[in-house]
Design a protein around this ligand. Structure first.
Ligand code: ADP
Ligand code: MG
Length: 238
């Protein structure tokens, strides 16, 4: 569960080919980071995987099944939005339970899942607060909790830490890495921050103008960058 395959995936917006034909394999349980400069297509690629954008061409498979035309809610993936996507009038408990309520789960079953997610995320003491009464890091954890309760095949993160201050970013980076070790679920994580990529990823995908410049472990990219773009972006000498 959680293997995602892209074959010849293309995305055009009007005449602009934002993603030229692209192949990518994301293995079950892997922590994959898409990194690259602003505007290179990271979010578009993630949104294609999530189903929030239609592919112009190519095939996206999830666990070996063609999911190219599957609507987002049926892909079994959970997109983690930035913490400001929480409902301000709802408690943490209700925010986390929201997707379960939408899915028609009984309140009792939902409550169990919410408690379990809160435990993993150290949010148990905050379940009856509202987002406005939480720190930025706690709010981000609630946003992650809302994804966890759905028990997705993969988590998709789009720059989840970009609106947190530097110290908190370091903390949350560790927390997300720990969460990955606990859950062992596939995670696809978008960032323009090289340090985030190097410290969190099993596999880094370096994007430049919609193309993949290199795919590899942080160590491989550092020691054997495929070209000057990767070397410059990752910060290794070449
Ligand atoms: P990144 O997340 O790496 O900053 P994006 O995926 O947001 O990059 O954008 C990649 C390119 O696609 C950019 O040139 C952007 O302007 C363009 N783009 C993204 N979304 C749209 C859209 N809905 N309509 C037209 N162009 C878009
Ligand atoms: Mg983006």
């Amino acid at each position: 569960m959680g293997k995602i395959t892209l074959r010849n995936v293309v995305k055009r917006f009007g005449d602009a080919e934002v993603i030229p034909p692209l192949d990518l394999d994301i293995e079950n349980g892997e922590f994959v980071v898409f990194v690259g400069p602003s505007g290179c297509g990271k979010s578009t690629l993630l949104r294609l995987i999530a189903g929030l954008e239609d592919t112009s061409d190519g095939v996206i498979s999830i666990d070996g099944l063609d999911a190219t035309d599957t609507p987002p809610a049926k892909r079994g993936l959970a997109m983690v939005f930035q913490s400001y996507a929480l409902y301000p009038h709802m408690t943490v408990r209700k925010n986390i339970a929201f997707p379960l309520k939408m899915a028609g789960l009984s309140p009792e079953a939902a409550a169990k899942k919410v408690e379990a997610a809160a435990k993993v995320l150290n949010l148990t003491a905050y379940l009856d607060r509202k987002p406005g009464q939480l720190s930025g890091g706690q709010r981000q954890r609630v946003a992650i909790g809302r994804a966890i309760v759905r028990e997705p095949k993969a988590f998709l993160f789009d720059e989840p830490l970009s609106n947190l201050d530097a110290a908190l970013r370091v903390n949350m980076r560790l927390e997300i890495s720990e969460l990955h070790q606990t859950l062992k679920t596939t995670m696809v994580y978008v960032t323009h921050d090289q340090v985030e990529a190097m410290t969190m990823a099993d596999k880094i995908v370096v994007l430049n103008a919609g193309r993949i410049e290199q795919v590899g472990s942080p160590l491989t990219l550092y020691n054997r960058p495929a070209n000057l773009f990767v070397a410059g972006f990752i910060g290794s000498p070449k």
